[in-house]
Write a protein that binds this ligand. Structure first.
Ligand code: NAP
Length: 318
């Protein structure tokens, strides 16, 4: 267990991503996955109002049942379509929170994310609305998602100036195939004690080794059911996977252990969010996140993957 950013909230090293619920995964399958998580000591459950058109929240609430107080429920307001549903205005935030509470069947949300930045709403308005939700007891902690580094810094400074709740985490895409957040987002979070919560850690399964170069995607898998396979499973991706597999062979690690263990080894990361469609995947992911990669292994994995360009450094006067 680690604490989440500058808060005292404890979260498990593996978090369950619930975006399959009510979509690719029916209620029975979703409940099995949630119960496998509870058995494995996973306490962080991540959903959003738009996953499965709201069904993910409903199923998660039912699956947790009377275990609700033993876990951390994270959800997000996403700004759905429609003049009074889009964006992050006070009107939208307040209504979205009420709907999520109803669907989750709870009277509080532990961690409430702004799913996407909204350039049309001043940060002070959104943060004031979120702070009111915290003061009313409907929300415990607030967070951001998909924010750029500068947007994280703005939110932090506005929240500090208001003297209200400060975001404790930022959720962002981060995996061994997509390391762009290391340039600006991760440093911005680290500077303000904000946790980085990575999503897509397995790149939808590409980093598990189940998709192979030159072969069709296995049936029943996420990418096997998706037209995206051809555009995602490129030669560059398989080159990275091959280099990682070679490192795995050298150190006796599976691809899964390298993909999840490398993220878990990053200082700003308290918890890695992995989605799952089967209880066996939950067990494998819990084992992988528990692996402590050595500094040498972390460095080897970093060198084998694609780092972002170096951050801008102004020329110094000589
Ligand atoms: P992911 O963790 O990269 O991939 C999950 C998929 O990989 C599973 O659905 C499963 O697919 C496969 N998988 C998982 N464990 C496996 C294992 N041990 N062996 C083999 N395959 C395995 O991507 P994700 O689930 O989309 O992302 C994680 C969570 O992040 C989401 O659930 C969601 O909560 C969050 N998220 C947030 C945002 C945001 O904008 N904030 C965006 C996307 C996601 P199959 O079994 O179906 O093949």
């Amino acid at each position: 267990m680690h604490t989440l950013g500058h808060s005292g909230l404890k979260v498990s090293a593996l978090g369950l991503g619930c975006n399959n619920f009510g979509g690719r995964l029916d209620e029975k399958g979703s409940i099995e996955v949630v119960h496998a998580c509870l058995d494995a000591g996973v306490t962080l459950f991540d959903t959003a109002d738009i996953y499965g058109d709201g069904q993910s929240e409903e199923i998660l609430g039912r699956a947790l049942g009377d275990r609700r107080d033993d876990v951390v429920v994270a959800t997000k307001f996403s700004g759905e379509d429609g003049p009074y549903r889009g964006g992050a205005s006070r009107k939208v935030v307040m209504a979205a929170c009420e709907r999520s509470l109803r669907r989750l069947g709870t009277d509080y949300i532990d961690l409430y994310y702004q799913h996407f930045p909204d350039p049309a709403t001043p940060a002070t308005e959104t943060l004031a609305a979120l702070d009111d939700l915290v003061r009313s007891g409907k929300v415990r902690y607030i967070a951001t998602s998909n924010f750029a580094g500068w947007q994280i810094a703005v939110a932090e400074h506005v929240a500090r100036a208001r003297g209200g709740s400060r975001p404790v985490a930022n959720q962002c895409e981060w995996n061994l195939l997509r390391r762009g957040v290391e340039a600006e987002v991760v440093p911005a979070c680290a500077a303000h004690g904000i946790a980085v919560v990575p999503y897509f850690p397995l790149a939808s399964g590409l980093l598990t080794g189940k998709y192979r170069r030159g072969e069709p995607a296995p049936k029943g898998t996420r990418l096997g059911n998706s037209a995206l396979f051809a555009s995602w499973a490129t030669p560059v991706v398989f080159d990275v996977v091959d280099r990682l597999a070679a490192i795995g062979q050298q150190y006796g690690r599976s691809l899964l252990e390298l993909a999840v263990g490398w993220l878990a080894a990053q200082p700003a990361v308290p918890s890695v969010l992995v989605g799952a469609t089967k209880p066996e995947q939950v067990a494998a992911n819990a084992q992988a996140v528990g692996v402590r990669l050595s500094a040498e292994e972390v460095a080897a994995v970093s060198a084998a993957t694609v780092p972002p360009p170096p951050p801008f450094e102004p020329a110094r006067r000589r």
